[in-house]
Design a protein around this ligand. Structure first.
Ligand code: ADP
Ligand code: MG
Length: 230
């Protein structure tokens, strides 16, 4: 029901493309996201950063800027002292990129420890022939270059979701390559299934990507999301 409300609010705004402002949708389906909030002034950004342990990540939030790192719109490891400067810089970069961009604010987010984790992608695209196609693969900002992905028609059963995690070339990384701890494969398969449920419940979602879904030894964290609705 929460998910329905979120999507209706979106519809009223007349936007068809959404970014991290839609993160609550994942929450509503039990997909874990890092602690964080979207704010629209620097002092609120600082308050949120102060509530979060350690340094934070700050990201521009704009439906017109869906590939945030491409414009320098993601700042990782920001200390409390640097929050104000980072905030102003993100807004400046967004305006330089597109002067009339609709800027909703800045997301201040807990850091996820990428050293212990693997960046994966879980997504969905509606195929005219097969319907909703779930995708899983190696994630991060190089996903288009690496093209290490696998697909299944939704809804995806648990065993199928697990098979997807074994099919990609990078599968050994998930299972603990070079002495690293294996990541929470169960958390990945659960996320694939929950997302598959979400897109089955809401045909208005035309495509959706969680990228990255950071897979850690003790769980998974959806760090970024992007979707298109009709
Ligand atoms: P975009 O895909 O729009 O460029 P992301 O939110 O995915 O923006 O951020 C880009 C990259 O920055 C991620 O792939 C990840 O490597 C890093 N990053 C983003 N958020 C976090 C976070 N909370 N903790 C650690 N690294 C992060
Ligand atoms: Mg991303």
């Amino acid at each position: 029901e929460r998910a329905r409300e979120i999507l209706e609010t979106v519809k009223e705004r007349d936007e068809t493309r959404l970014g991290v402002e839609a993160m609550e949708l994942l929450d509503a389906y039990g997909i874990e996201t890092p602690q964080g909030e979207i704010v629209d002034d620097p002092s609120d950004a600082l308050s949120v950063a102060e509530e979060i342990d350690g340094n934070v990540v700050m990201k521009i939030v704009s439906p017109d800027i869906l590939h945030k790192s491409d414009i320098g719109g993601v700042k990782v490891g920001v200390s409390n002292e640097d929050v104000y400067d980072a905030y102003e810089d993100l807004i400046t970069r967004a305006k330089n990129y597109q002067p009339d961009a609709n800027i909703l604010g800045v997301q201040v987010q807990e850091m996820v420890n990428l050293d212990d984790g693997v960046e994966t992608i879980v997504g969905m695209n509606r195929d005219p022939q097969f319907g909703p196609l779930m995708m899983f693969g190696l994630g991060g900002i190089f996903v288009e270059i690496l093209e290490d992905t696998t697909f299944r028609v939704a809804p995806v059963a648990e065993s199928e979701a697990e098979t997807m995690t074994k099919e990609i070339d990078a599968a050994p990384m998930l299972r603990g390559a070079r002495g690293a701890d294996p990541v929470d494969i169960g958390g990945i398969t659960e996320t694939i299934q929950r997302l598959s449920q979400l897109v089955t419940d809401f045909p208005a979602i035309l495509e959706l990507d969680i990228n990255p879904l950071v897979a850690l030894p003790d769980g998974v964290q959806a760090v970024d999301v992007r979707l298109t609705v009709d």
